[in-house]
Design a protein around this ligand. Sequence first.
Ligand code: PLP
Length: 360
Amino acid sequence: MKFDIQPNTSPVPQSERDIILQDPGFGTVFSDHMVVIKYSDDKGWYDAKVTARAPILLDPAASVLHYAQEIFEGMKAYKTPDNKVSLFRPEENARRFQKSAKRMAMPELPENIFLESVKQLVTIDKDWVPSIEGGSLYLRPFMFASEVFLGVRPSKEYLYMVIASPAGGYFKSGTPAITIWATEEYSRAAKGGTGAAKCGGNYASSLSAQAEAIEHGCDQVVFLDAAEGKWVEELGGMNLFFLFDDKNIVTPPLAGTILPGITRDTIITLLHDRGYDVKETPYSIDQWREDAISGKLKEVFACGTAAVVTSVGKVCSKAGEFSMGNGGPGDVAASLRDQITQIQCCIGEDPYGWGMKLDC
Ligand SMILES: *Cc1c(COP(=O)(O)O)cnc(C)c1O
């Protein structure tokens, strides 16, 4: 697929960009360009372009605005020590994007077009990749139903886009260990639902739960299974790991209600290599409480592209609260975070070839 490259004629001046990149925050400032590819049932994928980032015109009857046929991905571009730019396992994002599309009855964007679109945007906006420690250019590929039609059926037209936003740290407080709220009120996904798809609707339905967490003074919400309200699933946007004595690890299984995180997969592989016994098996909130109080549980951490690896220090719920050890950050979480961020920036060993350095 050929991309029509239309450079932004009034990009953000370098002096302004340099100031932004010193402390970009998360998700509020954007690079100069975006990718747009159209799809229709008749023409397939067409009209690929890299163009100045700008608002898009949507008809009020565009079906995404009514029935929420929308999916997205989240990935990052990193600055390498030799001043190049790298991606981390981007083909995994491409594959997951296809799976999400399938679940939401949307067309599957070919893997090579997804990868090319991301590379094109990173190349033209490479000066937007922050050099600060922990900095990255957050990339947001997404697709939505754009057909002007109010009937309930899959849209016949879609827009695929990629935008980019420089990012510093993820959690505002920058705290080393987070506190999470175990909600009994809300669930995130049920059997047969869309829990394994990265779709906007999952996030829309998680916001009340996240608000409940914040009301209780917590940073994030943890969801339990929808059927029994017993089994630990994941946070609003991060997967969970439980570390016990003697190199035993538990993480909830991918049984359709959990988002298959690429960071989750990365951590499972790295822990295996370190000699851990990683079990993908259900773990209940009651067991969690018991193991935390008895001291059997050594560390709990959450993971995802945005925050990489973050220790969970405390869990609160209507039943009371409990802490992991002294409630501080864990050593295994910290060492995994270091190892992963090094691979992402193409520093140190990368036995699986996960880092992809771009020539731009
Ligand atoms: C994106 C996401 C994750 C983390 O996936 P990564 O590929 O590791 O970034 C976890 N849970 C949910 C609900 C997500 O949307």
